[in-house]
Design a protein around this ligand. Structure first.
Ligand SMILES: NC(=O)c1ccc[n+]([C@@H]2O[C@H](COP(=O)([O-])OP(=O)(O)OC[C@H]3O[C@@H](n4cnc5c(N)ncnc54)[C@H](O)[C@@H]3O)[C@@H](O)[C@H]2O)c1
Ligand SMILES: O=c1ccn([C@@H]2O[C@H](COP(=O)(O)OP(=O)(O)O[C@H]3O[C@H](CO)[C@@H](O)[C@H](O)[C@H]3O)[C@@H](O)[C@H]2O)c(=O)[nH]1
Length: 327
């Protein structure tokens, strides 16, 4: 299929692009490089552009006879969304609606959308299934929920084929160490802990140890990026006009912040000093996925289940690219 991967120069997008290319799809990446890296995109495949630029998108859709969109482009940081909600509503909602309109004018009806567990807020029951009420507790989660609703309506009214993939915490890197996670500034837990192991940071600050979890630190379900990429391919082949699915993607296993530090100590052999810091606004205490629907609908199940295996792939990337793509 001819696929435009929007936000494909970013972390999850770049891993997905690789798998799509290997599977024989004709892939183009559309990205404004605000948070992505040209070096993560296969040679000659990057088109620089904004998702709010409808005319540019429509021209690209026509020129490359695009049949499907994978939409990764967004701002995606919980804490930042609390501090700067306008940025989030603008990019994740307004500009994404421009993209949907560009697709509609161009007759491109297939879309796989990066949604998130942040749309659930802080559920009371675990694991989280798709039937769990979506009650976001931060602006980021709200922006993604708005687009899920828009996709439902576009599927019904305009015959779009839509899959919203609700990832839990993306983690790890390509096992060959060629591509991986590189955000500047980095705010995600695993890369920060590994940067501490590399000596680039003196310590890792733990955001709160008074949550209602066994060790008091927040629990997340870390899912390998290559498993997410695999789910995108499966979702794409599931799309028909009017398809509208939402599925969780996680391992079903929860790791606390302290568990992650411990796993990184084991993999890196570094003591990794920690300090205690106040809670980060917008953080839910616990998020663990029930991904059985993705298994039933798409035949998907994660290949990386052990957190040490996931951290090991990230560690390979950080060791071979201590300054990320600038290395
Ligand atoms: N990383 C996670 O743990 C996680 C979990 C759940 C959902 N998600 C979602 O997955 C998607 C990808 O996340 P990521 O971690 O790879 O993020 P990322 O920041 O690494 O990648 C996003 C990419 O989109 C591009 N982009 C942003 N706004 C754009 C715009 N207006 N026009 C064109 N390009 C634009 C950026 O330059 C970047 O390359 C996001 O939509 C995010 O909300 C991520
Ligand atoms: O220096 C740090 C960084 C993070 N944390 C904690 O580690 C956990 C994970 O944080 P982080 O890696 O920043 O991820 P999340 O805030 O859980 O958000 C990620 O995972 C969500 C899905 O759960 C996605 O929607 C988001 O886009 C993605 O950034 C949270 O409890 C943080 O408070 C720390 O204690 N110290």
């Amino acid at each position: 299929m001819k696929i435009l991967v929007i936000g494909g120069a970013g972390y999850v997008g770049s891993h997905t692009v690789r798998q799509l290319v290997r599977a024989g799809h004709e892939v183009w990446v559309y990205d404004n490089l605000s948070r992505g890296h040209a070096a993560s995109v296969p040679e000659g495949k990057l088109i620089e552009g904004e998702i709010s630029d409808r005319a540019h998108l429509e021209a690209i859709f026509a020129k490359h006879r695009i049949e499907a969109v994978m939409h990764f482009a967004a701002f995606a940081l919980v804490g930042e969304s609390v501090a700067h909600p306008a940025m989030y509503y603008q990019n994740n909602v307004t500009a994404t609606l421009d993209l949907l309109e560009a697709m509609r004018s161009a007759g491109v009806w297939r879309i796989v959308f990066s949604s998130t567990t942040a749309t659930y807020g802080q559920p009371e029951k675990f694991p989280i299934a798709e039937t769990t009420p979506q009650l976001p507790i931060n602006p980021y989660g709200f922006t993604k929920l708005v687009i899920e609703h828009a996709l439902t309506d576009y599927a019904k009214a305009y015959g779009f084929g839509c899959a919203a993939l609700r990832y839990f915490n993306a983690a790890g890197a390509s096992p060959d160490g060629d591509i991986g996670e590189d955000h500047d500034p980095e705010s995600h837990l695993i890369p920060i802990v590994l940067q501490t192991a590399l000596g680039q940071r003196a310590r890792i600050g733990i955001f709160g140890d008074d949550y209602a979890t066994p060790d008091g630190t927040c629990i997340r379900d870390y899912i390998h990026v290559d498993d997410l990429a695999d789910a995108h391919q499966r979702a794409l082949s599931h799309l028909e006009p009017g398809t509208n699915i939402q599925v969780n993607l996680g391992t079903g296993r929860g790791q606390s912040v302290l568990d992650i530090v411990e796993a990184c100590r084991k993999i890196t052999g570094h003591p990794i000093p920690v300090t205690l810091e106040p809670r980060r606004p917008g953080d839910p205490a616990e998020l663990i996925a029930d991904s059985s629907l993705a298994h039933r609908l798409l035949g998907w199940s994660p290949k990386y289940l052990e957190i040490e295996e996931i951290v090991d792939t990230a560690w390979k990337w950080h060791q071979s690219h201590p300054r990320g793509y600038a290395s």
